[in-house]
Ligand binder design. Structure first.
Ligand SMILES: O=C(O)CCC(=O)C(=O)O
Ligand SMILES: [Fe+2]
Length: 306
């Protein structure tokens, strides 16, 4: 697609420069859907796979219906519209609702069985495990997510696991999907002092940090930057995104810098989840396992002398 036909694209309040060397489309890997050797080559080269239309659209929309019902029950939606439209109550803002995926059969089935887990089993080339925790995001009008890598949030086990970003519905540029920074996973020179820090680590011998941790707070938020264009200027490469459709997913490794576009609609929620998959034989990060995972709460903190 020529960037000349694109609307304004905004991330974390910053308009992106859409020139060809700074912005582009995600590479669609659905052409290699049955060639896992090729998909592995692409993960290594690109740091991500965008699998357009790989999942059953109706199944994804069924999961959307289950989620919007739960969002309605949680009082997040404007009751003047059908729940399935995902219209936010005025000033709903960003709603992070991992708990609504618990016991939500349509979502559990979509994310943790069938076509998607078969995909990861083939990609990793052996039996897999997934985190029990599902990051469910219903993002209201306003800012998206700032640039980061995932490792600081989930790096206590293997570092070879992958995120699956899943749109529950079609996501235009205006509604704001995920974007990844091309080639950033290869810039260890720029990442090495950032990416191995643990957001739940704290210095036990620094009272201020210890207090914060006890309350479940962070001394390091895991954010790489609040300025997507500036990150691009530093790392090089292009910000890559697309207009997602229900049935697509995007998967990437722990070292790829990513962020999301702002939701510039008047009142619609962008509904997506991120879930994680890894080889069953590798160590797993205990913060994300179990019926009630510790997550980033007080029990997830790890004190160090530093
Ligand atoms: O959906 C978003 O805004 C952020 C998602 C994300 O950071 C992830 O999938 O790892
Ligand atoms: Fe992320």
């Amino acid at each position: 697609m020529s960037t000349a036909t694109l609307p304004q694209i905004v991330s974390y309040g910053h308009e992106l420069d859409l020139s060809e060397d700074k912005f582009g489309q995600l590479r669609d890997s659905s052409d290699a859907a049955h060639d896992f050797e090729e998909l592995r080559r692409r993960v290594a080269a690109d740091g991500y796979l965008y699998m357009k239309g790989y999942l059953d659209r109706d199944q994804v929309l069924e999961a959307r219906a289950a989620l919007t019902e739960r969002l309605a029950a949680a009082g997040v939606l404007d009751e003047n519209y059908p729940a399935i439209d995902g219209i936010a109550k005025p000033d709903a803002g960003y709603v992070f609702k991992p708990e609504i995926t618990n016991g939500c059969e349509a979502v559990q089935k979509l994310l943790y069985s069938g076509r998607l887990t078969d995909f990861y089993r083939n990609l990793f080339g052996e039996e897999i495990r997934h985190y029990d925790y599902t990051w469910l995001r219903a993002i209201g009008p306003g800012k998206g997510t700032n640039p980061h890598c995932d490792l600081p949030y989930m790096g206590r086990g293997t570092h070879q696991h992958m995120t699956c970003w899943m749109p529950y519905g079609d996501i235009s540029y205006e509604l704001g999907g995920l974007m990844v920074l091309e080639g950033s996973h290869k810039r260890m020179d720029l990442l090495k002092n950032y990416v191995y820090r643990d957001v739940d680590g704290f210095c036990e011998n620094k009272p201020e940090q210890a207090e914060k941790a006890k309350a479940g707070g962070w001394s390091f938020t895991g954010t790489l930057s609040h300025n997507p264009p500036a990150v691009r200027n530093k790392f090089g490469g292009r910000w890559l995104t697309t207009e997602f459709q229900a049935g697509d997913f995007l998967t990437f490794g722990m070292f790829l810098v990513h962020a999301s576009l702002d939701n510039r609609t008047e009142n619609r929620l962008r509904i997506s989840s991120d879930s994680r998959y890894q080889r069953a034989s590798e160590p797993i990060d205990e913060r994300w396992i179990g019926v009630n995972p510790p997550a980033h709460g007080p029990n997830g903190k790890r004190g160090l002398i530093c």
